[in-house]
Design a protein around this ligand. Sequence first.
Ligand code: F6R
Length: 369
Amino acid sequence: EKGGYDYFMLKEIAEQPKAVADTLLGRIDRAGSLSLDEVRIPASVLREVDKVVIVACGTAFHAGLIAKYAIEHWTRMPCEVELASEFRYRDPILDPRTLVVAISQSGETMDTLMALRHAREQGAKVLAICNTNGSTIPRESDAVLYTHAGPEVAVASTKAFLTQLVACYLVALYLGQVRGTKWGDEISAVIHELSDIAQEVERVLATMEPVRELARTLADKNTVLFLGRHVGYPVALEGALKLKELAYMHAEGFAAGELKHGPIALIEEDLPVVVVVPSPRGRSVLHDKIVSNIQEIRARGARTIVIAEEGDEAVLPYADHLIRIPATPTLLQPLVSTVPLQVFACELATARGNEVDQPRNLAKSVTVE
Ligand code: F6R
């Protein structure tokens, strides 16, 4: 049942191109616009929405953080993202014009369920993004957009995360489409790019051997740091979470711009630091800033592991290890940049003799608060 792989996690990492393609299937029509008929919230209601609030836990929360960049850019509506476990305890401001998006692979996470119940009690509409048919969270929501990742067995989430991202992009683009923002042209271009993205994920998977080799050389380290900016920041958080869960190592993700506000004090000789570099084409200012961050940490002895787009030459002088990813539109980059981080954590866990599919102390679905 592991399909020839040693672990479910490896199988699920390998299934990502299909999972991504399946989640897009039937949701983009021939004219290149979105047809999300399954979102039963009428377009007239979606046009009245004035704020989006995303609630989720763990990896699904990281998908939500990325969704915020997409939703705010493509719809020009404010979007908040909150850990489901914090949400209802702070008396959040919700009303019938708030669209709450609850993201959950299992559909049974108690924190997320309690957050959406609270939101509905305040009159907000709830849209679930979920991977498990008929589970509690979609049953209790006003509408659901299913991710089609297929069953995810390994405790650490991989293919579910990528499909959550796809679903979030679809929701963002759909909101843009029904509300008619000035980004119309960009939206159709992105829908086009999104429909080709599974191939790009496939290309990344084909180049992962050096990442595995690198991971094995780091098995005796205590700490790994992850830096990113813009949508690369949640990717850094996700890379760190995967490493904690699987390799039981101290790992932290930071927004690269925060370095000089504290974290740079952690940099010491030979400390592995993974840096997710934004595209030099899109928001080039961010790209240049992160290149100087890499330069700064390397000057202080860090061992830099740089994830950068093909053709990005500016990183070459400062990368001790370079992991190439295909060029994508800025907002879609997490679909390709997360993959090496999953492979990295999985291989490090194996090198440390850990049980990859069943990390200690963790359960696949957390049904208590
Ligand atoms: C991380 C992981 C957890 C889950 C979190 C939410 O690899 O698996 O952080 O993402 O427990 O679970 P769901 O998505 O089922 O609500």
